[in-house]
Design a protein around this ligand. Structure first.
Ligand code: ADP
Ligand code: MG
Length: 240
C-alpha cells in the first residue's frame, strides 16, 4: 500500500535561492580574480583563457537562472505539439549515446497533442531522461510511457536507478539542489517551472534503491498558458 504525501506549492524561499546564486557565482569569479593576479605577477597571457572560461561558467549559471525565472525572454510561440514524436526522438538520441542503459518507449494512445512551447518541453524531457541515466550505476533500464485520454496527456519516465530517499523528495526542484559532484541542481528547477507554465502536474514516486518514476500530466486544452515570472514549484510527491 502506498502512502501518499503531498507537498504542494513548494515555493523555494528567496533567501535560499539568493544564497545558492551567491555561492555558485562566487566560485568562478574568485577564480577569475586569482588568474588576473597571476597574469599581473607573471606577465603571462596564458591565464587569459582560463579566466575567460571561468567567466563563461559564471555567465552560464546566470543564464540558467534567467531561463527559469523569465522563460518568456525566449518568446517561443505556442504550437500544437505531438509529444510522441518528441519523445521518440529523445529515446533514439539517448539510446544511441548510451549502450549501458536500455530505453523503452511505449505509446498507449495516439493523439498526444498538447498546446505549448516545443523547445521548453523538449528541455523538460531531456532533463528527466538525463537524470534517469545519471541515477543508474552500470546497467539498467528506462521506461517511457505516454498515453492520451480525452482530456489529458500523461507521460511517465521510470528508471531502475538509485532512487531518492524519502526525506530528500521535498528538495527536488529547489535551485542548486544537487547530490552530484558536477551537478548544477538546475535541471528539475527548469522542469517544474516549464510544467507549471503548461498547467501540468508532476508527480514523483521513488524509493531508495528502488528506482524513480516521474509522471507528468498535461491538460490537452491549455488555453491560457500561465506566464509566471517567479520560480514556483509545484510537486506532488508520492512515496512508495
Ligand atoms: P542535477 O542533475 O544537476 O543534480 P537536477 O535538478 O536535475 O540537478 O536534479 C537534482 C537532484 O535530484 C539530483 O542531484 C539527484 O539527487 C535527484 N534526482 C533527480 N532525478 C533523479 C532520478 N531519476 N533518480 C534519482 N535521483 C534523482
Ligand atoms: Mg539533472
Amino acid at each position: 500500500n502506498k502512502k501518499k504525501d503531498t507537498h504542494l506549492s513548494q515555493l523555494a524561499s528567496v533567501g535560499q535561492i539568493a544564497a545558492g546564486i551567491a555561492h555558485e557565482v562566487r566560485n568562478p569569479l574568485t577564480a577569475v580574480k586569482g588568474f588576473l593576479q597571476l597574469m599581473k605577477e607573471k606577465k603571462d597571457t596564458k591565464y587569459i583563457e582560463i579566466a575567460e572560461a571561468e567567466l563563461g561558467n559564471a555567465i552560464n549559471i546566470l543564464q540558467n537562472l534567467l531561463h527559469v525565472s523569465k522563460p518568456d525572454l525566449e518568446e517561443e510561440a505556442h504550437s500544437s505539439i505531438d509529444l510522441s514524436v518528441e519523445l521518440d526522438a529523445l529515446t533514439q538520441l539517448f539510446q544511441d549515446q548510451m549502450y549501458r542503459v536500455s530505453v523503452h518507449s511505449r505509446l498507449q494512445n495516439p493523439g498526444s497533442y498538447i498546446l505549448g512551447r516545443k523547445n521548453q518541453l523538449k528541455k523538460v524531457f531531456f532533463n528527466l531522461l538525463k537524470n534517469a541515466f545519471e541515477a543508474i550505476p552500470g546497467k539498467g533500464a528506462i521506461h517511457i510511457e505516454h498515453m492520451a485520454t480525452e482530456q489529458e496527456v500523461i507521460v511517465s519516465i521510470q528508471d531502475t536507478g538509485v532512487g531518492i530517499p524519502q526525506d530528500k523528495l521535498r528538495m527536488l526542484g529547489t535551485p542548486f539542489y544537487t547530490t552530484k559532484e558536477n551537478g548544477t541542481g538546475m535541471g528539475l528547477t527548469l522542469v517544474f517551472s516549464v510544467i507549471y507554465q503548461h498547467n501540468g502536474v508532476i508527480e514523483v514516486q521513488s524509493a531508495e534503491n528502488g528506482g524513480t518514476k516521474f509522471t507528468i500530466t498535461f491538460p490537452k486544452e491549455t488555453k491560457n498558458i500561465r506566464l509566471k515570472e517567479v520560480v514556483y514549484l509545484e510537486l506532488e510527491a508520492t512515496m512508495g
